[in-house]
Design a protein around this ligand. Structure first.
Ligand SMILES: [Zn+2]
Length: 190
């Protein structure tokens, strides 16, 4: 884990302090503790007429075909992020139905989590690449994956999902009546 020399909250130089069995950078002024570096990405699995929406990346790894994906912003929840990323990379408006896969990879620099949503789009809307992050965006039959440089993980995810097409983990509706966190997106088995 990388050192954080200044508190990201108030700018005070940090000090090393034992916390939870490890020395951690902590802020003597406001109490902030550096637990870990994390990054959360989202992706969209969109199937229409037995074809899967893929994008050809214009950013590294260039030329690789993947599900529309990207990192979430500080001020958006997972569902908002996946809608934004699909719009940016394919120009399609999508509706997240639920979560079908979570991948977590602890790495020395940061702990990465990728959350893949099953999403729906209208029957007739045509995808269009943005030319910045995506060079092409189109629906591809899984039978044609071999003709493209499809990422190993995208291939794994699509093929495993299509085997049984399990119901996704949906957004929980039961929480709204408590009205505690109106900006929270909660995906639950209940
Ligand atoms: Zn501080």
């Amino acid at each position: 884990m990388m050192d954080v020399r200044y508190c990201p909250g108030c700018g005070t130089p940090t000090v090393k302090r034992e916390d939870g069995g490890r020395p951690r950078d902590t802020c003597p002024a406001c109490g902030w503790v550096h637990y870990s570096e994390m990054a959360i990405g989202v992706g969209a699995l969109i199937i229409r007429d037995e074809q899967v929406l893929l994008v050809e990346r214009s950013i590294p790894p260039v030329g690789r075909w993947t599900l529309p994906s990207g990192w979430i912003e500080q001020d958006e929840n997972l569902a908002m992020a996946v809608v934004r990323e699909v719009k940016e990379e394919t120009d399609l408006d999508c509706t997240p139905v639920g979560i079908v896969c979570i991948r977590n990879m602890p790495r020395p620099g940061r702990n990465e989590t990728y959350v893949c949503f099953l999403c729906e789009v209208s029957p007739e809307a045509q995808p269009r690449a943005d030319g910045v992050e995506s060079a092409q965006a189109r629906f591809v039959s899984p039978a044609d994956f071999n003709a493209l440089d499809v990422s190993v993980f995208t291939r794994f995810l699509v093929e495993e999902y299509l085997r049984d097409r399990p119901g996704p983990l949906p957004a929980s509706r039961s929480f709204n009546r408590f009205d505690l966190y109106p900006d929270a997106a909660i995906f639950a088995a209940f």
